[in-house]
Write a protein that binds this ligand. Sequence first.
Ligand code: TRH
Length: 364
Amino acid sequence: MNRRRQWDIFCKVIDNFGDIGVCWRLSADLAARGERVRLWVDDASALSWMAPAGAAGVEVLPWTESIESTAVAAHLAKQPGDVLIEAFGCDIPSEFLTLWVAQSVQSQPARCWLNLEYLSAESYVERCHAMPSLVGHGPAAGWTKWFFYPGFTPQTGGLLREPELLHRMAVVKAETPQHDMNRLRVSLFCYEPPALAALLAEWSLHGLAGQPVELLVTAGRTAQAVKTVLSQWKSESELLHITWLPWLSQTEFDHLLWRCDLNFVRGEDSVLRALWAGKPFIWSIYPQDDGAHLPKLEAFLKQLDLPASLKVFHQAWNTAGEKLTAPSAAVLTDWRLHVEAARTALLNQEDMASRLLQFVDKNR
Ligand code: TRH
C-alpha cells in the first residue's frame, strides 16, 4: 500500500445502537491505522455519548433524506473516495453513487465497494464471505459490489479488534484499584428479557455465587427494564446493590466490562467486547420476529465451545419464562475459563480491519 485511502462508510440507524456502534468502531480502527474515513450517518445523535472526543481521521457527515449533490461533490472533490462501504445492506444514495462512479472514470480507476454484513457464527457466513455481486441497475450498473461478512473463522471477515486492545486492557487493569472482593460486580446491558424479574429476585434473596451483587445498570432501555421490575418490589435487599450508570463512551463501556466479574451484554457490538474482556458473559441476542436469532445464538454458543451450563443459561435468558439456574462460584469460574479459552483462540486470528485492508488491496 502506498498512500492513505479515503473510505466512505454509509450507516443507517435502524434502532438501538449496534449499527452506529459497529460503524464507529470500524471507522476509528481504520483511522488509527492511518486511513481516512468519512462516516455518513442518518442519525449521529448517539455519537455524542458513544464517542464524545471523536477520532482523528474520521469525519462524521449527515446522510439526510435528500443528500445534497453539491455537498457530496464538494467532499469528493476535496478527496476522491477509494473504498465505499454500505453497512448492513443500507442503500447508498444514488446522488452519491453517480458522483463516485463519475470520478472513477476520470481519475480513480482502482476502487472497491463493499457491503458489510451483520456478524454471525452460522455456516453460511463462510460460504458468502467475499462473494462478488454484479450491480444490475442504477448509476453504478456494471460495477461489482463485494460481500464482507465478519465472523469467527479464518474463512470469514474476522472480528473487530483494535491492535492495541490487549495493551489498553493491561494498563487499565494495573490502574484500577481492587474492588471489594466480598461482592460480585455485574454489568447489565440488555433489552427486556422475560427472566429479568426472576433474576433480580434471585440475587436479592441469595446473592450470586454466595456473594452480594453490585449491579451496574447501563442507561436507556436497560435501566427502564430494571426500574419496571423494582417498581413492583416492596423492600430493598442487602444482597443486591444497584448503581445506575450514565451513558458511557465506548471506551468507558469497554472499561466497565473489563472491571466486572460477570457481564450481561446485548446485540452485535457489545458481545464482542464482552468476549475480548475475557470475563464470563451472558448475551441477549437481538430478537427477530421470525425467530432467526435462535439458530444464530445456537451457532455462536457452539462456535465458542461454551460449557453446557452457560448454554442453558443463554437459552433461558433469550426465551420466554424458562427458569434460570443461578451459577455457583465453581460454575462461574468454569464459565470464565471457557471464555478465556475462546478468546485466546480468536486472538490467534487476524482482526477484521486487517482482513478488510488486505481484501481491498486485492479486489480493486
Ligand atoms: O444496542 P444494541 O442492542 O444494537 C443492536 C444490535 O447490534 C443488533 O444486532 C442490531 O441489528 C441492532 O442494534 C440494529 O447492542 P450493541 O450492538 O452492543 O450496540 C450497543 C453499542 O452501544 C455498543 O457499541 C456499545 C455502546 N454503548 C456505549 O458506548 N455506552 C453505553 O453506555 C452503552 C450502554 C452502550
